[in-house]
Every structure is written in structure tokens, then in C-alpha cells.
Design a protein around this ligand. Sequence first.
Ligand SMILES: CC(=O)Nc1cnc2ccccc2c1
Length: 446
Amino acid sequence: STGENGSGGGRSGALSSPAITEEVQKIDVNPPKGTRDFPPEEMRLRTWLFRNFREVSRLFGFEEVDFPVLESEALFIRKAGEEIRDQLYCFEDRGNRRVALRPELTPSLARLVIQKGKSVSLPLKWFAVGQCWRYERMTRGRRREHYQWNMDIIGVPEVMAEAELISSIVTFFKRIGITASDVGFKVSSRKVLQEVLRCYSVPESLFGKVCIIIDKIGKIPMDDIKKDLMSAGVSEEAVEELLQVLSIKSLTKLEEILGGAGEAVAELKKLFSLAEKFGYSEWIEFDASIVRGLAYYTGIVFEGFDREGKLRAICGGGRYDRLLSTFGGDDLPACGFGFGDAVIVELLKDRGLLPELSLQVENIVCALDVNLQGAAARVASILREKSQSVELVLESKPLKWVFKRAARINAHKLILVGSSEWQRGMVVVKILSSGEQYEVKLDELE
Ligand SMILES: CC(=O)Nc1cnc2ccccc2c1
């Protein structure tokens, strides 16, 4: 109804007597800007995707954890100029507390690790699948929420942890039909940046900020990158050297420039040799320009990319050895990744790999006349107690309707409850694929 007084919706009958008149305002049935509903078909795809996330996490011995979507704003306040900070979905609650919808899961995980403190044995291997939020001017029409799969290893300082994490993502890709010819991982280490900045005695305090500026390469003009770096306090010659080093695509070249003594080259070589052992060498390549857009990474960083170059990064992660100590926790080494639910679906569509998922109910049970509804309900309960899914026809419907419904739910069997059979303790079972039909005693239903 359009809200005129009297009965809304045009339904007749006692319920909508004119005496009970309330203003019926037609609400906006769409979800808030930048957010999605998940009607059945979309929900089946999401459930399929998350089932694969969880199955891979289980294969790698990770335990599932979760946190509130609402966190203290302080968890995400970092002064490195990150985009995620500009778009924080934050507000003051009724208790005058500054809170935020989480834009990522890692800070919550760090918070929980610290909270659990000594009571957890290391290394911790935790995973989560959670909705993350950003408040972005809708001008860009981008989404304001997405679901992220995160896996994190806490307490392992060596790059074996990063190698394990990349292996888990490769395992995930393989499970859903994505191959090394579809996607790859660009791998680098922020220690490359660190070693260059040290050569030019750029203070460590600028490290996070410099990384965030560097991460914008390819997204904003190079002149702006240089300007931003210099206004952040990096000398012009340091900027030139930095940009030089960042264009290196081979580890041997990097070693020539940085020398073999530094940690950056050593850990990258170690990672590539581990990749060989894990059997995913053809999935990864060194690319010094990869820094990722989160300030807290301190070492190896990586991101999954589509080799056609059409899509944004599929996933990304790295080492963040300082995050827990910046939250006042122990100085625990940590690494992890985030894998969003949006780009991967675009990739699957592009590659024709979206799974065919349909509603599947094994049985449809129908009473052949209205006073057998109770009998039909009993049949449904018996089957359900045997873990058989049942669509119980809830109103008396013509058989034509029942067959149509059976087709829509892809039912395997139609169970008809008729009075003559019921007198003899029997029901009629019809195998819908073959048309074969037979009588079954109630207690032999399986
Ligand atoms: C492609 C896409 O939807 N990205 C996306 C969507 N929502 C977010 C929300 C928070 C943080 C990152 C986000 C990233």
C-alpha cells in the first residue's frame, strides 16, 4: 500500500479492519548502500566458498576463531596514512565510546592473542572468516563490506611460516580449479625497503609511512609518489635509489644491489627454496615493488594476482612482527594473510569455474487428502529422524503443483500418503528420476 489510511496491502478480512489504521510507509527494500543481501542462490555460492576456506584451514591444522565486528576505534588508529584509516567506519556509541566496524581482522586477532597471553601454547595457528567494513564515499560505487578469510601463525620467526601460509592459499586455489596459469603470487620483503632507507639514514619511524606511499605506485602518478616521499622526509637521492631498487624483478639482481649480507636477500632465497620443497615454485615470483598497503608489515609480503592483469589483488599478506608489541603485548613474531570474497568470485566467473549449486531436498511428502495431513507430518518426522531431508507439503495442493515443486527442489523421491495405503500402514514412494513406484511399510522407510 502507499500508506493511505485503512487496510494496507488490499487484503480483506478481520485483521485489516478499518478501525486499526496505522500509517503504512513503504520501506526501501534494498540493503544499505555498498552492502549486499545473500538470497538463496548467492548464499549457496558464499557457503561453497567459505566451506573451501574452512576445509583448507582444517587441512593445515588451523583453529577457527572469531571476534566482534564492532571494535574500539583505537585498534585501527595508525598514523601511516593508510587508505583503510581514511575509510574507517567509526562512530561514537551511546556510551560516548569511540567504536568502529572492523576494516580488517588482524588487529582483533592480535588483541585476542594478547588477551589469552601465556594461556596459549605457541605456535598459534588461527583462522577466521569475517565481514569487514569500510566507509567510502559512494562516488566510487565500491562496496562497503566484504568477507575475509584470514589465516595467521603467531610465534614462528622463520620464513617457514610464510611458506606454509602461501602453501595453504595454493591448496585453496587448486581445490576450486584455479591453476598456476590463472594466478600467481608476487613476493617481496619490506626489509628490502628497510635496507635501502638505512643506507640513506632515513629514520625507522618513517618506515610505515614510506611503505604506504610506495604501495600507491601504479595508483597515483610517479611525481606525486616522489613528492610525498620527499615531504615525508626522504632525500631526493634516497627516493631515486628506492625507486630503482623497487623495479628489480630478480633476486640475483637484488643481491648485486643490496649485497648478500642483508636479511632481505637471505629470507627471500630461503622462501623460494622452501617453495620448491612445497611444490609451488611455479606459483610465485619475486617482485621488489610489492609492499602491500598496511603499515604493520615488517618482512616478507605477498599478494595473489590474476595473470591476465584484469582484476585487483585476490589476496595478500605478510609478516607483522611488531604489531603485538605495539598493542602492549609480548614481542611475538606473527604473519598472516587476508583473502576477500569479491575478487575471487570475479576470477571464477572469468574462468568459467563458478560451481553449479542447486537446492537439493531428498524427499517431498504429500498427503493425498486433507485429513491425512497429520499422517504426512508423521512420515516427514520419521524420515528426518533418519537424517533424510524432507519438504513436507503444508497445504492441500493439486498433484500438478506437487510435481512442479518436486522438480524445483530436485527431490529424489515423492512420498504419497493415501488413505487406502495408510489403512494398511503403507505409503507410496515414487522415484522421480525413473518414475518407478512402489509401496513401503512406514517403519521400513529409509
Ligand atoms: C572488491 C571489494 O569489494 N573490496 C572490498 C570491499 N569492502 C571492504 C571493506 C573493508 C575493507 C576492505 C574492503 C574491500
